[in-house]
Ligand binder design. Sequence first.
Ligand SMILES: Nc1nc2c(ncn2[C@@H]2O[C@H](COP(=O)(O)OP(=O)(O)OP(=O)(O)O)[C@@H](O)[C@H]2O)c(=O)[nH]1
Ligand SMILES: [Mg+2]
Ligand SMILES: [Zn+2]
Ligand SMILES: [Zn+2]
Length: 401
Amino acid sequence: MTEPTSLPARDNTQEVCSGCGAPLQSVHEQAPGYLPVAARDRAQPVCRRCFRIRHYGEFSPVAVGPEAYAREVARISRQPGLVLYLLDAFDLQGSLIPALSRYIGAAPVQAVVNKADLLPTDLATPSFSQWVRRALAATGVQVQGVRLVSGRTGQGVAQLAEWLEHSGISRVYAVGMANVGKSTLLNRLLHRWTERSPLTESKVPGTTLGTVALDVTLPSGRRLTVIDTPGLMRMRRAVDVLCPRCLKAAVPDDPLHPRVYQLDPGQSLWLGGFARLDFVAGEHQPVVVYVSNRLVVHRTKLSRAEVIGQDRADEVLRVPCAACRVRLGELQPQTVGAGRYRGTPQAGPVWSVGAKGADLVLAGLGWLTLQGKDFSGRLWTPATIEVAVRPRLLGQLTHRL
Ligand SMILES: Nc1nc2c(ncn2[C@@H]2O[C@H](COP(=O)(O)OP(=O)(O)OP(=O)(O)O)[C@@H](O)[C@H]2O)c(=O)[nH]1
Ligand SMILES: [Mg+2]
Ligand SMILES: [Zn+2]
Ligand SMILES: [Zn+2]
């Protein structure tokens, strides 16, 4: 994996790359925003990094840390506009920006759940919208509405565009964690209005480095400024720490195929080599796994589970590679309890599953659904990956109220 370099502070008078927002410079070839002197008088020049990402599919992430992030996004409280707060439907937990309201002030916010194409079921239900609203409210952000879109397939994009066309607003920002698809979605909108898709997109988080503002004329003749912003990286999601090969296996590209395992006590499930669920005691029950279709899910005896992780990881579980294993850190056990094992006092973090079941969410890797039957076990995850429990996304949150 390319080691991230950091972004220099930006001088407001400086011209920026129209693909990634990095300040353009012709001095340091390896630094962000490099543009050879000969290419400087082109209209809307793009930096060499953007050129390479677009034409050669190169990945060169640059970490936008919390300070640089705050510096770039603070512009929103100075020049208010509508904020489209983008969330990744596959990684809702990892999409939450702590204290976003600090950066955006009192700007109105619409939640936009992107990558809807990855989910096997449509989420456009009132219960899902309510849950998203509540999850965002818990981080201090009140949203006006929740929209479901796919920047990739275009699902929901025409409706969003028409709404923006009729809303009367003159400035719109896309804001969100790195890699949630801000630039891809804005490119779709911009293409509709200008037939151009100028923003650089890539598989690796840390593509957009600074704000990029583009003025467009809407079909009604009204002017709208569309602003892309860099994504925040907190290194709590799988996608922030993996090398390109492990990323390709762990991040889904196609709609998820739920994998159902009928488990008995004494069995374990490995999710690649990223995480493991041990079923220690309880009733026979189905456990549904929602991870990338390319990730190996390996069922084994609980007594063999550790040996597989230690001796046969590369051969059976395939990813993460040795270098990514080091970056992710050792797997840590957490207690999982459902039914009559719910709430049993235990050492370490406890994930408690109610009678209606729950999703055990691993930020950026996917989730496991338990039905709420008697279950006592352990979930092993790398210390860097955020874990959470939520109502079943496909089942409870997609039920009509
Ligand atoms: N499946 C799916 N993938 C998407 C969608 N939108 C974007 N992506 C993919 O997500 C990855 C990141 O997209 P970007 O548009 O670069 O994301 P970003 O939020 O601008 O990322 P940063 O600039 O790093 O903050 C790319 O591989 C996109 O192809 C979508 O609707 N569905
Ligand atoms: Mg971007
Ligand atoms: Zn660039
Ligand atoms: Zn790797």
